[in-house]
Design a protein around this ligand. Structure first.
Ligand code: AMP
Length: 318
């Protein structure tokens, strides 16, 4: 994880590609482009080219594919199941909009997804296992050869229903990204820092816990344990203070995309690189939530990201 490099590295993501139907206090969006791998890819593509592995049905329209291909997202790993239907998720947000209320999930072709990593991609340096079953995530690791950095996302569903497979996966990844509720659920600890320590004790070298509008915290295990805290490095980062959250869907995946994309562009993964990468993830996600689907990201420029990053950095000076 600490190997010194200075050139951009290849980045692979495997996860869901979806039609999302979303309702927020500001409006509704039926069957818009979504999915963990979609948000991740588009966000990461601002920093590095992305190799996308996922599955869709025959109903996946060419204009959605174009959204990905018009960015630096290689869709050679996108399987299209003849006669199949694309994964569908329907959710709504209320009040402070901190959490999505899932109203319907139709796994469709995603339910039988067996990721096939194209031969030419098996040497990819950075691998992100976006939200999906830990069994599917492990199947990806069985196909890649010695990546420099493997980071996984997970969710309450898998912690609940496939805990053993998830614990096994955690011994094979360098980093885990998950939200606060999931970290508490996985670790059994209510205090988030205690939860993070518990999680790095389960295998990953670092964990990033996302706390929605309250930002994120990185805990990096970097040596033999001397008590609980002494051997770990910790960095909390605030959320970007957004005045209006239009639709929080995809914030977590965009955060991970910005973070991994930045790491791929740098080709080095030390503690301070991870913190900087989280800052880029925070800022990238702050754009995603300004519109439905990846619409804001489609209009976004690298200059806007850099501009907001400077503002964010300025806010943290004291
Ligand atoms: P988030 O970044 O956490 O807001 O993730 C939002 C995306 O997760 C949506 O675009 C959904 O399509 C996708 N999603 C919802 N449920 C699942 C699931 N069980 N597996 C994979 N992806 C999902």
């Amino acid at each position: 994880m600490t190997e010194e490099k200075s050139v951009a590295q290849s980045l692979l993501v495997v996860g869901s590609i979806a039609f999302d139907t979303i309702r927020t206090p500001y409006g509704e969006a039926p069957e818009v482009l979504g999915g963990s791998a979609t948000y991740f890819s588009v966000a990461a593509s601002f920093f590095a080219p992305v190799r996308l592995v996922g599955v869709v049905g025959e109903d996946f329209p060419p204009e959605y594919r174009r959204v990905l291909e018009s960015r630096r997202v290689d869709t050679a790993g996108l399987q299209v199941v003849p006669g199949g239907k694309t994964f569908r998720w329907r959710g709504s947000y209320h009040g402070a909009m901190n959490e999505a209320k899932t109203e319907d999930v139709q796994l469709n072709v995603f339910g039988d997804f067996r990721p096939a990593i194209p031969e030419a991609w098996r040497d990819t340096s950075l691998v992100f296992l976006a939200n999906g079953s830990p069994v599917t995530q492990a199947a990806v690791l069985d196909q890649v050869r010695k990546p420099d950095l493997v980071v996984a996302d997970t969710m309450n569903l898998w912690i609940d229903t496939q805990r053993d497979a998830l614990l096994e996966l955690m011994r094979r990844v360098d980093g885990l990204v998950l939200n606060d509720g999931e970290a508490r659920m996985l670790s059994g600890e209510h205090n988030l820092i205690a939860a993070a320590h518990e999680i790095v004790g389960l295998g990953p070298k670092f964990v990033v816990i996302k706390k929605g509008e309250h930002g994120s915290v990185l805990v990096c295990h970097c040596g033999p344990r001397v008590g609980r805290i002494a051997s770990d490095l910790i960095c909390p980062l605030p959320g970007y203070p957004s005045l209006k959250v239009f639709d929080p869907t995809g914030a977590g995946d965009s955060f991970a995309g910005g973070m991994m994309g930045y790491l791929a562009s740098k080709g080095q993964y030390d503690f301070r690189d991870l913190v900087r990468a989280m800052a880029y993830g925070t800022v990238t996600a702050s754009f995603t939530i300004e519109d439905f689907s990846v619409r804001r990201l489609e209009r976004l420029t690298v200059e806007e990201i850099e501009g907001r990053l400077q503002m964010y950095r300025g806010m943290l000076e004291f």
